[in-house]
Design a protein around this ligand. Structure first.
Ligand code: SAM
Length: 367
């Protein structure tokens, strides 16, 4: 990405998320922003728009209904050094009593070495008690990124037995997979993993800009919470006809205080809705967002539908803006082009072999 040292872009990859757009998408649009213009992403996911805003020195707010997303995105806003994060982790591991809440059963026995699991639970409990300072927020996101992934030869990559890094395998499939191949969980030093990741992700970060990330339903945003009117909204709503991906993040959800099993009860996810209900929900968001924006504000949306859907992504999105009927005038609609080597949101969704047609739309709030 032109103009930024590669090390400064690393923080954006601190933890994968199930549906993310590449950093160059928000960067390309926000590079046209004037100094001090506030940026909003009402479906912020892992905070790609917020990190692009920070790189460009712009203040921003991110909103998401999923606590995993919020925890990852929040780490992109903090100012912290690798040493501060590592020292916090060491203090947690050295101090206090043993963890009280260590999950048991065949999945946990096969996924984590018992000593690694005990360390993980100690850090989990400390961060569940308090996670407000920059080192705490950074450590939490580092833990989410390290929780599961492929086994590595040097043994210090991820904390788990063999697993994908983007999503957590469901317990029964994981158990079968490990037993069939005789795979044992590695003894990994949590402090080593955290220290290496802290240096990788936080050694070179851009200066902090004003703003925050909040866990909320974007249909119900309260305009009194925000100090300034937004000039930019750069976002990617959940794609229509895509199933709820929150259960795929069940281990990260557990780390953040969820149950130690797959949680299907997550509410408020717009992507679970179908047809008219989906369009009405998205229209509600565009209305809520318009109340937070200054006249002339730009709305930039990347959106997609699976090809078998009755309507194209462009048709669905334009319908939601027409339904919202609150002054968003469409200026441009174009194809997002062919996907590029796994970086595109479509490919994240497409791991089951489903290609997604994506479009980019730009609208402007009429005065
Ligand atoms: C396509 S993803 C956004 C990905 C993001 N652009 C990134 O790069 O990580 C859509 C997001 O919308 C969130 N979401 C779904 N329903 C929501 C709602 N009612 N309010 C706020 N966020 C919601 C999902 O949790 C998901 O993180």
């Amino acid at each position: 990405m032109a103009g930024f040292p590669a090390e400064m872009l690393r923080l954006n990859g601190i933890c994968p998320y199930f549906s993310m757009f590449p950093l160059d998408f928000p960067l390309a649009h926000l590079s046209q922003a004037g100094p001090g213009e506030w940026v909003l992403d009402p479906f912020c996911g892992r905070g790609t728009t917020n990190y692009a805003a920070r790189l460009l020195g712009l203040p921003s707010v991110g909103v998401d209904r999923c606590r995993v997303a919020v925890a990852i995105a929040a780490a992109k806003m903090v100012q912290v050094t690798p040493e501060e994060v590592t020292a916090l982790c060491a203090r947690i591991l050295q101090g206090g009593a043993d963890p009280v809440d260590v999950p048991t059963g065949p999945f946990w026995d096969l996924c984590y070495h018992p000593d690694t699991l005990a360390e993980m639970c100690k850090v989990r409990e400390a961060l569940l008690r308090e996670c407000v300072t920059a080192p705490q927020i950074a450590l939490r996101a580092i833990m989410l990124g390290a929780l599961h992934g492929p086994l590595q030869k040097n043994g210090a990559g991820y904390l788990s037995n063999q697993m994908p890094r983007t999503y957590a395998t469901k317990p029964n499939s994981a158990i079968n997979f490990w037993l069939k191949r005789g795979l044992k969980p590695p003894r990994v030093s949590l402090l080593e993993v955290v220290s290496r990741r802290a240096h990788r992700f936080f050694a070179t970060i851009p200066p902090r800009t004003p703003g925050w990330i909040m866990e909320d339903d974007s249909r119900r945003l309260d305009e009194h919470v925000f100090p300034e009117r937004f000039r930019w909204v750069v976002t990617s709503p959940p794609y229509m006809q895509m199933r709820n991906y929150v259960p795929d993040q069940w281990l990260r959800n557990w780390f953040l205080g969820g149950p130690p099993n797959v949680d299907y009860s997550y509410e408020g996810q717009i992507g679970q809705l179908r047809g008219d209900a989906f369009a009405a929900a998205l229209a509600e968001v565009w209305r809520a967002v318009s109340r937070l924006c200054a006249p002339g504000a730009r709305l930039v949306v990347r959106f997609g539908c699976i090809p078998s859907a009755r309507y194209s992504g462009a048709e669905v999105l334009m319908r939601t803006l027409a339904l919202a009927d609150c002054g968003w005038a469409i200026r441009e609609v174009r194809s997002a082009g062919p996907s590029t080597r796994g970086k595109r949101q479509a490919e994240q969704f497409g791991r089951a072999g489903t290609a997604v047609e994506e479009i980019d739309l730009v609208a402007q709030l009429e005065a």
